[in-house]
Design a protein around this ligand. Structure first.
Ligand SMILES: Nc1ccn([C@@H]2O[C@H](COP(=O)(O)OP(=O)(O)OP(=O)(O)O)[C@@H](O)[C@H]2O)c(=O)n1
Ligand SMILES: C[C@](O)(CO)[C@H](O)COP(=O)(O)O
Length: 403
């Protein structure tokens, strides 16, 4: 790299192909088919976004028919805001040229050009490539020494000879270049009607540039055939960890003279009542906190401040339904809800199934996933003296998978 030139690389990800060798066109272009729970290209773009060096920007080259698929794929990428897209051409070479034209505005010093369908590159590979660029190479190619014996076939599908494999390498991407140098080579190739290059290092060779080989990565395969996608899905699925979170909640309200208590949304006649700003349903309050705890959303008081007059006397299923909506909006699926009531009186047993049904209805989950239990406090402490009722709740929520 020339002295004084800053290293400010951009990225072009080509994704405008039709994936004909992958077959099954009704499943859509291979770069948008799911592996490990999200589209191939979402994995690829996440890899570049996580790589801090992509400071000059990321341009994705897509097919005009794929815009909706692309937008959906972007929704799986954290911090996708800076990612731009342009339309590609009939060949990979033309698509890369369109990407370089779009990236030029970001004034990058270098560019990494990558196939969307190689989702398994890693940071050390990119670091090896960048180290070569920083050391002054204008063109860098990650590649793997060919391990199989190579045969030449004739027109009748008969072996015509064995090709010595010494010195032969299989080319991978990202291939990386001085931006101005590869942009110029691409434009010259197009001007001279040379449209037969299957990779960018080939254009660099044609333009007379020295191309530095760096060690590729065996895992960095191009997903070309349907079985490649199936194997990629299998590989990622093995690494998935279910993101199941558990939250707990506790609440207590004071008993004062009255005519009944509301527990889990069920009104039970009693010679006392629970005092509170709302209907003082300790069970629903504890369960609301348990749900909020599964996604770090604070507690019931943060969402429904006791100082707010609109919640005076409110039915607590409003609070519980609100917490369930927060959970669902964050992608959560409520797996179960469990409440323990601690009260000397009234008796909970006769109302237990109705309480479970109220929880199930409010949360929109099966009755079998809802549990209500009760115990006395054996006459000990404030609950034992009949001064109040307490509730403890636990909720489990699945937030999909994490890696
Ligand atoms: N006109 C094209 C052709 C290919 N590509 C991209 O180049 C990469 C590597 O190409 P390949 O695996 O050959 O993909 P396809 O061209 O889609 O596959 P096929 O040759 O089987 O149709 C892919 O990310 C592909 O989307 C592109 O952007 N524009
Ligand atoms: C660029 C490339 O990934 C290098 O191996 C490859 O040449 C692109 O795929 P294609 O099948 O040759 O289009």
């Amino acid at each position: 790299m020339a002295a004084g030139k800053s290293f400010n690389p951009g990225v072009v990800v080509v994704a405008a192909g039709r994936g004909e060798r992958a077959g099954v066109p009704e499943e859509g272009p291979k770069q948008y088919r799911p592996i490990g729970g999200m589209p191939v290209i979402s994995h690829t773009l996440s890899g570049f976004v996580e790589w801090a060096g992509a400071s000059a920007g990321i341009v994705v080259v897509i097919h005009p028919d794929d815009e909706a698929l692309f937008r959906d794929a972007l929704s799986h990428v954290r911090q996708a805001d800076g990612i731009q897209f342009v339309y590609g051409g009939d060949t990979r070479q033309q698509s890369v040229l369109n990407g370089l034209e779009a990236l030029e505005r970001a004034n990058p010093s270098h560019v990494l050009i990558h196939d969307a369908v190689r989702p398994f590159f890693d940071a050390p590979l990119i670091e090896r490539i960048c180290a070569a660029l920083k050391a002054g190479d204008n063109a860098v190619l990650p590649a793997i020494a060919v391990a199989d014996t190579l045969k030449q076939a004739d027109a009748h599908h008969m072996v015509a000879g064995t090709v010595p494999r010494a010195g032969l390498f299989a080319a991978q991407t990202p291939q990386a270049f001085d931006f101005a140098v590869i942009f110029d080579a691409h434009r010259r190739a197009a001007a001279e009607q040379r449209f037969d290059f299957t990779d960018d290092a080939g254009i660099a060779e044609w333009a007379g540039l020295g191309v530095r080989l760096v060690d590729g990565l065996a895992d960095n395969v191009k997903l070309t055939f349907r079985r490649d996608l199936a194997m990629a899905d299998e590989k990622l699925s093995q690494n998935l960890i279910a993101d199941i979170r558990t939250g707990n909640g506790y609440d207590v309200h004071k008993l004062v003279p009255g005519d009944g208590v509301t527990l889990c949304g069920v009104r039970i006649p009693h010679d006392m009542t629970l005092s509170g700003h709302s209907d003082a349903d300790v069970a629903f309050h504890a369960l609301t906190d348990a749900l909020l705890a599964t996604c770090g959303e604070g507690d019931i008081g943060d969402h429904f401040p006791p100082s707010d007059p609109q919640w005076k006397g409110a039915a607590s299923n409003i609070f519980l339904a609100h917490a369930a909506k927060i959970v669902r909006d964050k992608g959560g699926v409520i797996l179960n809800a469990d409440v323990s009531l601690i009260a000397e009186a009234p008796k909970v047993g006769p109302h237990r199934n109705e309480m479970r049904q109220k929880i199930a209805d409010c949360l929109g989950i099966d009755l079998a996933r809802c549990s209500v239990k009760a115990t006395t406090n054996e006459t000990i402490g404030f609950v034992g003296r009949g001064e109040g009722i307490a509730a403890i709740a636990t909720a489990s929520v699945s937030y999909g998978n994490m890696r």
